[in-house]
Design a protein around this ligand. Sequence first.
Ligand code: ATP
Ligand code: MG
Length: 421
Amino acid sequence: MQRKDYTTTEHDFNHNLIDKDALEVIARLKRAGYEAYLVGGGVRDLLTNHKPKDFDISTSAKPEEIKHVFNRQCILIGKRFRLAHIRFGHKVLEVATFRSGENTDTLITRDNTWGSPEEDALRRDFTINGLFYDPTGNSIIDYVGGWEDIHQRVLKSIGDPVIRFKQDPVRMIRLLKFTARFDFTISPECRKALEICKEEIVKSSPARILEEILRMLESGSSSKFFRLMAESSLLELLFPCLTHFIQGKHGEEIYSYLDQADRVNKERYDKALDRNVLACCLLFPILEHELKLQFTDKGIAPHIGEIMMVSAGIIKAFVTSSFSHFPKKMSTTIGYILTTQFRFTPFSGKTHHKPKLYHHKEFSLALQFLKLRTLINPDLAEEYETWKKLFKQNIRPDKPPHHSDSPVKKRRRYYGKSPRS
Ligand code: ATP
Ligand code: MG
């Protein structure tokens, strides 16, 4: 495709949203005689009127040359493919040398070599992600037809989508992520390729899949994304347990949690809810139903130890039966958040405000999830306010804590008081 240049106006590109340090990095590379552009997701976000999360820069300078320009401000990272990280206080900007891509239809197993700006654009996934922005003339350089596609609101692959999805199956998840996030349509070629290649998804790296899923949970468009994942069968291939529940008669409960999380995350803009709290949106409805099946339907109110076991079982099933899994620390935190919900709103109806509860390092996350539950069930608002207040004051409530020498409690019977979700 022929290179096309476009000049951006305030109408289609909010220049004020560009990070000043990113502009400075580009200016310094140019002063040193190299080509440098803002690339990828940042340019796409500016053109679609979204605030970019990150500003990636591509340059003709080789890693050692970038290091030479920025000296101690720059760290070179990566073994297979060297990248430069330029530090501005706590902020880090990523600068990469132009690369060329592979065009075989096999899974990419090694990284590629240095290339021209055009080759760098062609190795990217979708046309909307292949644009370069040159701050000097406020111009967009387009080797892939991305400018047109952004304005037509359509997702097209750079190159044959069957080849590109086979090379890197995570691109299929990215396709659905951009569809959900920007409300763009999928080109017929990509739709067909998704159908042909979906089974390849299990060949990709679990860590990358988890990262894309977590990013989507934070995105404010997670509900739509999970619906698209379910429709395309990718969800079933990656998370069979979750899919079984989502496609069952209570599946909509998960979507109502995701809808509320999306609402909150859209309002929070820059600072999404914690990833562990968001992951609980997928698991809490499953836990509630499992407890109902195993205990409350039989008239038994499960005690906290039993709830912990059921919750651990669900997380384990989620981990072992799924292609993508949580790191251990995350499983522990999720388990804690899930179980603590039943301390906040116990089946017995009797809450124990044990002071040591508030000292748990993840208590505030459990409270964050309780707040999400109040958006679905406003009857819980009072409980939430009480726990929040107590947490803030960190005071002992009226009741003395339960002593170990108090009589052993009989198993509580559950007399049909509906568990509160
Ligand atoms: P997000 O807004 O979620 O960060 P992004 O498109 O910016 O989405 P990044 O992972 O930050 O995603 O990647 C930056 C850029 O790198 C992309 O815009 C795209 O040009 C390129 N890229 C990322 N992943 C792939 C991939 N799997 N194949 C080809 N190019 C990719
Ligand atoms: Mg990005």
